[in-house]
Design a protein around this ligand. Structure first.
Ligand SMILES: [Zn+2]
Length: 320
C-alpha cells in the first residue's frame, strides 16, 4: 500500500489558471484550478486527520478553555479510526505533531499508535513539531520544526522516508503573495520569515524533504472557484487543496461530485471530534466512510492515503 505503484500512469499537473476580476475598478486575481482530478480514470478519496495529540491540543486551545478530557479522548478516537479502517479496508492519513513521537509521557506520547497506524497501512504525516503558528517562526525555527518532526515521526513509524506529507497547523499561512492572496494573521509584511507566506513555506517544506502539503487556499473572491480543485505542483512540492472539513451532508455531496467528475476529494477532520456532536461525530465519519466503500465496491472510487492519491503529481524518483 505504501509502495509506489508502477501501474499508475503519470498525469500532467493541473496548473492554476488565473482569471482577473474587476472589483471597484481593481483587477483582482482569483484562483481557478482546472479540476480534472488526480487520476483521469478514477475518482479518489483521501481522508486526512489533524491528529493534534496532547501537545497540539494544548497549543491550539485558549487557556481558559483548556480541558484534559479531550487529550485522552483523542487517543481513543484514533484507535477507533484504526479499527474502522481495518473493518472497512480504508487507509487514511494521520498528520500529527513530532512532539508526540518524542520521549514524552502519556498522554503526550503516541509512539505506539503511530507505529500501529503505519504498520496497518495508514499514512503518518507531519503536523509540525509542536503545532506552532508557522508564520511567526523565523526561517531557522521553521526548518527545524519541519525537519525534526519528519525525523522523529519516521522513527516512531519505523520506516525512514515514511513521512512524506505536511499539514500546517491552523492551516497557516494562508497568504500567497504570488497569487495575490493576503490574509490577516500571517506576518507577510515584517519581519520576513520563511512561513510568512505560502510561497516561502512551499520552498522550505520541499527542502526539508516533504513531497506533498495540504493547503487551505482561500482566494479573495471565492465565488466561482472549483470546490474540488485538483492537486498541483508548485515550489517543488505537490499542493493538496483542502476541500472539506467534516463528514456531513456537504462531504457526501462533494463525494458524489468527485465520483461524477472522476476528481480527487480531500476530506479532513479531528479525531477528538468523534466524541462531540457535529460534523466530525463518529456517526458522521462512519456514515461517510461506509458510503465511500459502497462506491469503491462498485468500482467508482478509490480510497487511499494522500501520498498515494497524489503520486501522479510527484516527480519520479531515480532508482536507489
Ligand atoms: Zn492542528
Amino acid at each position: 500500500m505504501r509502495s509506489r505503484s508502477t501501474s499508475a500512469s503519470p498525469a500532467p499537473c493541473a496548473a492554476p489558471n488565473w482569471t482577473g476580476r474587476s472589483v471597484w475598478g481593481w483587477q483582482l486575481p482569483s484562483l481557478v484550478v482546472a479540476s480534472t482530478g488526480v487520476d483521469p480514470q478514477q475518482a479518489t478519496l483521501a481522508v486526512v486527520w489533524d491528529f493534534d495529540s496532547a501537545q497540539g491540543q494544548v497549543a491550539a486551545t485558549f487557556p481558559y478553555h483548556f480541558r484534559s478530557l479531550p487529550l485522552r479522548q483523542e487517543l481513543e478516537a484514533v484507535a477507533i479510526l484504526k479499527d474502522e479502517g481495518a473493518r472497512l479496508g480504508v487507509p487514511m492519513t494521520f498528520a500529527t505533531v513530532g512532539f508526540a513521537a518524542e520521549d514524552v509521557p502519556e498522554p503526550f506520547a503516541a509512539h505506539g499508535l503511530l507505529h500501529d497506524l503505519h504498520a496497518a497501512g495508514h499514512e503518518v504525516a507531519s503536523h509540525s513539531w509542536r503545532h506552532e503558528w508557522l508564520p511567526h517562526l523565523t526561517t531557522q525555527q521553521l526548518r527545524r520544526s519541519l525537519v525534526r518532526s519528519k525525523v522523529v515521526l519516521e522513527h516512531a513509524a519505523g520506516e525512514v522516508g515514511a513521512v512524506r506529507g505536511l499539514v500546517p497547523p491552523f492551516n497557516r499561512p494562508m497568504s500567497w503573495l504570488r497569487h495575490g492572496i493576503i490574509r490577516p494573521g500571517d506576518r507577510w509584511a515584517f519581519p520576513p520569515g520563511a512561513a510568512a507566506t505560502i510561497d516561502g513555506l512551499l520552498r522550505t517544506a520541499s527542502g526539508a524533504g516533504y513531497e506533498w502539503i495540504r493547503l487551505s487556499i482561500r482566494p479573495l473572491i471565492s465565488r466561482g472557484t472549483d470546490p474540488l480543485r485538483a492537486p498541483f505542483r508548485e515550489g517543488g512540492i505537490t499542493v493538496v487543496p483542502h476541500h472539506c472539513s467534516g463528514f456531513d451532508k456537504r462531504a457526501l455531496a462533494l463525494l458524489d461530485q468527485a465520483v461524477e467528475r472522476k476528481a480527487m476529494l480531500c476530506v479532513t477532520g479531528h479525531p477528538a471530534g468523534l466524541f462531540r456532536p457535529g460534523n466530525e461525530h463518529q456517526d458522521a465519519v462512519v456514515g461517510l466512510l461506509e458510503q465511500a466503500c459502497r462506491l469503491r465496491d462498485q468500482g467508482k472510487l478509490r480510497i487511499t492515503t494522500t501520498a498515494e492519491a497524489v503520486l501522479p503529481h510527484l516527480p519520479e524518483r531515480s532508482p536507489a
